[in-house]
Ligand binder design. Structure first.
Ligand code: PAF
Length: 291
């Protein structure tokens, strides 16, 4: 594994790999690596002749004012150590400085825009988050020019926006591998932020996934989604420990909220702030036409 900090050094590694017929597979991360990230890497390594480029970059523009940019865990030494002891580490670990990425400063305009989807669900709670996220992902795509990129299914709205960006801005030229969410033994989705949960918060957190499964079961048994969602919301909303932000069903094909009577592939999204830690999760399931 080669640690690379500049675009120039990265490009020369990638040019050499492409010249020898390798397929460039990109795995973006913000570090503080856990099992979830390692599963992205495993997916990347399954691509034939993969030349895997992993990035670690805590992107300032996707954190809003008052968000946890300053306290976001930065664990480069242990991340590098963990990666280098793997049987299949990435070929390149790209760790650019903020100045390398944002030569014009972090206040310069961001593109592409997230549009209306940038201000609902995660975007409503985190204004500007998706503009910053799309900006950095498109910057990486321009620099790395990957054939394939791997993203986790846990960040459903991020994944939807990235797929749309690839269609709109990259001529559908990058294949996305969607990696399943990795969970703890009690099914809490792995996240770099879980380390900030208090003992009480951690003991509450598994209720989130349990609720998703319960909602799925009731809806697939034929109950009305609106009724099920309303009833399932209250156990997730118990301040001061936990504050439910949203529990919502969207049409997976366009990320629009669905109403009773919808049939097709649905995504059930949830965000709960537990002890000040924002936890998100989702599941996908099929809703049959009413009998
Ligand atoms: O999902 C993340 O970790 C980040 O949003 C990403 C895709 C690495 C962009 O900074």
């Amino acid at each position: 594994m080669k640690l690379v900090e500049t675009v120039a050094a990265l490009k020369s590694e990638i040019d050499a790999a492409k010249a020898s017929g390798r397929t460039v597979v990109f795995v973006p991360t913000m570090g503080a690596l856990h099992e979830g990230h390692l599963s992205l890497l495993e997916e990347a390594n399954l691509v034939q002749d993969a030349f895997v480029v992993m990035s670690i970059f805590v992107n300032p523009t996707q954190f809003g004012k008052g968000e946890d940019f300053a306290r976001y865990p930065r664990t480069l030494a242990s991340d590098t150590e963990a990666l280098s002891t793997l049987p299949n580490p990435p070929a390149v670990l790209f760790v650019p400085a903020v100045e390398e990425v944002y030569a014009a400063g972090t206040d310069a305009p961001l593109k592409p825009r997230a549009g209306a989807l940038g201000s609902v669900f995660e975007g409503a709670a985190r204004p500007g988050h998706f503009e910053g996220m799309l900006h950095i992902v498109s910057w990486f795509f321009e620099v790395i020019k990957p054939e394939v990129a791997v993203f986790g299914a846990k960040d459903a709205q991020q994944l939807f926006l990235i797929k749309r960006m690839i269609l709109r801005e990259f001529n559908d030229s990058i294949e996305i591998i969607e990696a399943n969410t990795v969970r703890e033994d009690d099914y809490l989705a792995r996240s770099s932020r879980n380390r900030f949960l208090t003992e009480l918060g951690r003991s509450f957190a598994p209720v989130i996934f349990a609720t998703l499964i319960q909602v799925q079961e009731r809806i697939t048994e034929g109950e009305l989604p609106s009724v099920v969602i309303a009833e399932a919301s209250s156990p997730l909303d118990c301040p001061p420990l936990a504050k439910l932000d949203y529990l919502a069903l969207v049409d997976k094909s366009n990320f629009s909220p669905i109403s009773d009577g919808f049939s097709g592939e649905a995504q059930l999204l949830v965000a709960v702030v537990v002890d000040g830690v924002r936890l998100i999760d989702n599941i996908t399931f099929y809703i049959q036409e009413p009998a």
